[in-house]
Design a binder for this molecule. Structure first.
Ligand SMILES: [Zn+2]
Length: 688
C-alpha cells in the first residue's frame, strides 16, 4: 500500500565542498596497527584496529547495560528465530525439507453494479505438503471486517483510512463443502475454520473446498478496494486459504485493516461477469480476448506487446463514447494467474487503456479521463520503467504483465495489478505511487513474507527499493532526507515502536515511519556504512532469489544476510529492529601526544544511547588537508566510552564524526571538534 508521503524530495542537506585529500598511512613501524581499505567511502579511510599504547588513562569507562538483555552486543539467541532445522537452514536458506502448502483457485463471480453486490463461487484445491495430518483448515474471510462489531471496526475509527465508514457488509456464505460433503463453517471475525470430513494426509494430501458467497461492495473498502460511481476496484473478494507453516502452524491473525496479508501460492483461474459495456483490468492473463475485445483492440494489444511505444488500446474518444453508450446484457472476462498468492481486478465502462511492453511483458494503464488527470497518460510508461528498473537491480520480473488502475484507492498492490490514486497534470503526481505499488511485486508478491506481522519485510523492503528507483528516475533528487525526517518525527512525537511490532499494533500516526521509512533508512545504513554496497547488494539479491515464491521469516533474512556478508550483525538487528533507540555517538575531547617520534591524536568518543556503530572520523590538519580513520563497531563492546588513539601526520586542528553525512546520528551537536574538516557533499544514497 501507499505510505502517504511524496517519495520524491529534494535534498535538504547543504552542499559542501570536499577539500580533503587522502593519504595512506605508513604503517610499517607500527606492528600493532592494522590498515585495511573500507569499501564504501568517497575518501578511502584508514581502518584501524583499536590502537594500544602506554597510556595513563583507561581507554574505556562505564557500562551502559546492567543485564545481558540490555547489552547491545549480546549475541542474538538464534533460538528466538525459527530454526535452524531441516526446514530452515542456519545459513538463511530454505532447508532440505522445506515445505509450503499450495492453494489453487477457480472462481466465478458476477458484479451487480446497480446493487453494488458481488456474487461468486470459489473452488479451492488445497495441497497439504506439510509433514502433519490436518483435521481442519483456516480460511480468510476478509469482507467480515465490514460486519457490525468486527474487531477491526473496534480498533480503527470509522472515518480513518482503515475505517469502515459505517458501512455494513460482510460475507454471506452458503453451500460450504469439502470434497463434496457439506461442512459447517465456524467463523471467528475474519477467519473461518472448516473441519475436514476426512483428515488431510501429510506430504501431498489434497482437499477440494467449494463455497458460494456474496457481499456488498463497500464504497470505501479500507483503502484496499472500493468504488467511485461506475468504477469498481475489487480485492479481498473471495475466501482465501490462511497460511499453514512450520513456524506458527495456522497463521490466523485477523484482518483488522492496517495489517496486510499472508497467503499461499498457487494458480488462480477466475471469471468475472460484468455489464457488457464494461472493460475489466485484472491480475493474470486474459483468456478470452475474442469474447470481450474488438478485433481492433486485439490488434493494438499485439502491437503494444511487440514494442516499447505506448499504444492506446482504448482511445480517449472511444472511452468518452463508451461512457454514455448503453449496452444491454453482460460479458464474462476470464483471467488466469500463475505462481500468485492473490488476484484482484477493476471494472469501469469508460476506461482509457494504454499499453506498452518491456522484455516481452505488457505494462498497462487503465484510467477514467479527465478524472484521473493527464498524468495517467504517462502511467503505462511509468509502469514499464518500474518493472525494468527492479528487474535489473534485484530480480527479474517473473509475470507476463503489469497493470496500473486509477481509482479512489490511494495505493494498493496485488500480483500483476495495482491500484493508484488519481493524479493531476504533472506526471510526477502519480509516479511515486505507481513505482511504490509495483515495487511490491518483489516484496511481498515474489518474496512471500508475512506482511500481517512484519511491515518492514513488505513496506520497508519496498521503500528501500523505491530509493533506488527515485534516484535513477530523478537524478539530483534524493528521498533519503524525507525518510529520515519521517522517522525523526515519530521519535519526537513518541509514537515509535520497534520494527518487529505487528503492523496492526503500530500507532497509526507512525505507520509511515515504522512500516516504511525507518526500515528503508536502516537497510541503506547497513548497506552504506556497515557492510558496504558491493557485499550488501549481492547479499540482498541472494536473499530475494533464494526466497522467491516462498515464505521467509525475519530470522531467515537475518541469517541470510549474515552468511552472505560474513559478519555477526546481532548488534545491528538488536539496535534497529528490536528497540526504538536512536544512534548518538559524540566526540568528548581531543588531545595530542607523541611517542617515539610519532604524533597521536587521542579522540575520546562517547556513546550516548544503547546503539553501537562503527566509527568513521575525519581529522583536519593545519595545512588544510585531512585524513579519514575507521574504527570497528566492537570498540563499544566494553562500555560507552572509547579513546581512539590515531597515528596522525601532525597537529590536529579539527575533527568530524561521520564524514559521510548520511549516517543517521541523531545529535549533530557533538559530532565535531575544533575547526572540523568539511563533510562529503550529499550524494545519492543508492550509489555503488
Ligand atoms: Zn506499500
Amino acid at each position: 500500500m501507499s505510505g502517504g508521503l511524496a517519495l520524491t524530495l529534494p535534498s535538504t542537506r547543504p552542499q559542501l565542498t570536499n577539500s580533503s585529500t587522502q593519504q595512506l598511512l605508513n604503517v610499517k613501524n607500527y606492528a600493532f596497527l592494522l590498515a585495511a581499505l573500507a569499501a564504501c567511502a568517497q575518501q578511502t579511510p584508514v581502518v584501524l584496529a583499536p590502537v594500544r599504547m602506554p597510556a595513563a588513562t583507561a581507554t574505556t569507562s562505564g557500562s551502559v547495560f546492567d543485564t545481558q538483555r540490555d547489552d547491545p552486543f549480546a549475541t542474538t539467541n538464534r533460538i528466538d528465530w525459527p530454526g535452524p532445522n531441516r526446514y530452515r537452514s542456519s545459513s538463511g536458506v530454505p532447508g532440505p525439507d522445506y515445505w509450503q502448502q499450495r492453494a489453487d483457485y477457480t472462481i466465478a463471480a458476477s458484479l451487480d453494479t446497480g446493487a453494488a453486490q458481488l456474487n461468486g463461487s470459489v473452488q479451492i484445491r488445497y495441497t497439504n505438503n506439510s509433514p502433519d495430518t490436518l483435521r481442519y483448515v483456516w480460511v480468510q474471510v476478509d469482507q467480515n471486517l465490514y460486519r457490525a462489531g468486527s474487531k477491526g471496526s473496534a480498533l480503527f475509527p470509522a472515518d480513518s483510512r482503515w475505517g469502515v465508514r459505517g458501512f455494513q457488509g460482510g460475507y454471506d456464505l452458503t453451500d460450504v463443502q469439502v470434497n463434496g460433503t457439506s461442512v459447517r463453517p465456524r467463523i471467528n471475525d475474519t477467519m473461518m475454520r472448516l473441519d475436514l470430513p476426512t483428515p488431510l494426509t501429510p506430504s501431498g494430501g489434497k482437499a477440494t473446498i467449494s463455497i458460494k458467497y456474496s457481499f456488498r461492495v463497500p464504497e470505501h473498502g479500507s483503502d484496499r478496494m472500493g468504488r467511485d460511481s461506475a468504477l469498481f476496484e475489487i480485492a479481498q473478494w473471495y475466501p482465501r486459504m490462511a497460511v499453514y507453516d512450520d513456524v506458527r502452524g495456522w497463521n490466523t491473525d485477523p484482518y483488522l485493516g492496517q495489517g496486510e496479508f499472508y497467503l499461499e501460492y498457487g494458480d488462480v483461474d477466475y471469471s468475472v461477469t460484468v455489464p457488457a459495456g464494461y472493460t475489466v483490468a485484472g491480475s493474470g492473463v486474459l483468456q478470452n480476448p475474442a469474447d470481450v475485445l474488438t478485433a481492433e483492440q486485439r490488434r493494438r494489444l499485439t502491437t503494444a506487446s511487440r514494442g516499447t511505444d505506448v499504444v492506446q488500446i482504448i482511445t480517449q474518444p472511444e472511452a468518452a463514447a463508451a461512457k454514455t453508450r448503453r449496452v444491454a446484457g453482460t460479458k464474462t472476462w476470464h483471467f488466469r494467474a500463475q505462481h500468485v498468492h492473490d488476484v484482484a481486478w477493476a471494472g469501469a465502462p469508460d476506461f482509457r487503456w494504454d499499453a506498452t511492453s518491456w522484455d516481452g511483458g505488457l505494462a498497462q494503464a487503465y484510467y477514467e479521463f479527465p478524472k484521473a488527470g493527464k498524468a495517467w497518460e504517462h502511467a503505462a510508461e511509468q509502469t514499464a520503467w518500474t518493472i525494468r528498473q527492479y528487474s535489473q537491480l534485484f530480480f527479474p520480473y517473473p509475470y507476463p504483465q503489469a497493470t496500473s488502475v486509477a481509482g479512489p484507492v490511494g495505493g494498493m498492490e496485488y500480483p500483476m495489478f495495482v491500484m493508484v490514486h488519481y493524479g493531476n497534470d504533472d506526471p510526477s503526481s502519480i509516479f511515486g505511487t505507481i513505482n511504490h505499488e509495483h515495487g511490491h511485486e518483489w516484496f511481498p508478491m515474489i518474496v512471500g513474507s508475512n506482511e500481517r506481522r512484519y511491515a518492514w519485510m513488505d513496506e520497508g523492503f519496498n521503500t528501500y527499493l523505491n530509493a533506488f528507483a527515485n534516484e535513477a528516475r530523478y537524478p539530483g533528487q534524493n528521498a533519503y532526507p524525507g525518510y529520515l525526517k519521517n522517522w525523526g518525527d515519530a521519535v519526537t512525537a513518541g509514537t515509535q515502536s520497534p520494527l518487529m511490532t505487528a503492523p496492526d499494533n503500530i500507532d497509526g500516526a507512525a505507520l509511515g515511519a515504522i512500516g516504511y521509512r525507518k526500515p528503508a533508512v536502516v537497510l541503506l545504513t547497513l548497506r552504506n556504512h556497515v557492510v558496504g554496497p558491493d557485499l550488501f547488494d549481492s547479499a540482498f539479491r541472494e536473499y530475494t532469489r533464494t526466497w522467491a515464491f516462498r515464505h521467509p521469516t525475519p530470522g531467515d533474512f537475518f541469517r541470510s544476510i549474515e552468511n552472505s556478508v560474513g559478519e555477526d550483525l546481532s548488534w545491528f538487528w538488536h539496535s534497529f529492529f528490536y528497540t526504538t533507540d536512536v544512534l548518538d555517538i559524540g566526540i568528548e575531547s581531543v588531545s595530542t601526544r607523541t611517542s617515539e617520534g610519532q604524533t597521536f591524536a587521542v579522540i575520546a568518543l562517547r556513546r550516548n544511547t544503547s546503539i553501537p556503530f562503527p566509527v568513521r572520523l575525519r581529522v583536519a590538519y593545519a595545512d588544510g588537508t585531512s585524513q579519514d580513520f575507521s574504527l570497528p563497531v566492537t570498540i563499544w563492546a566494553r562500555g560507552n566510552r572509547f579513546e581512539a588513539v590515531l597515528p596522525v601526520r601532525g597537529p590536529v586542528t579539527g575533527v568530524r564524526l561521520w564524514p559521510d553525512p548520511s549516517v543517521p546520528d541523531w545529535n549533530p551537536t557533538n559530532d565535531t571538534w575544533g575547526s572540523p574538516p568539511p563533510a562529503n557533499p550529499a550524494r545519492p544514497v543508492t550509489r555503488e
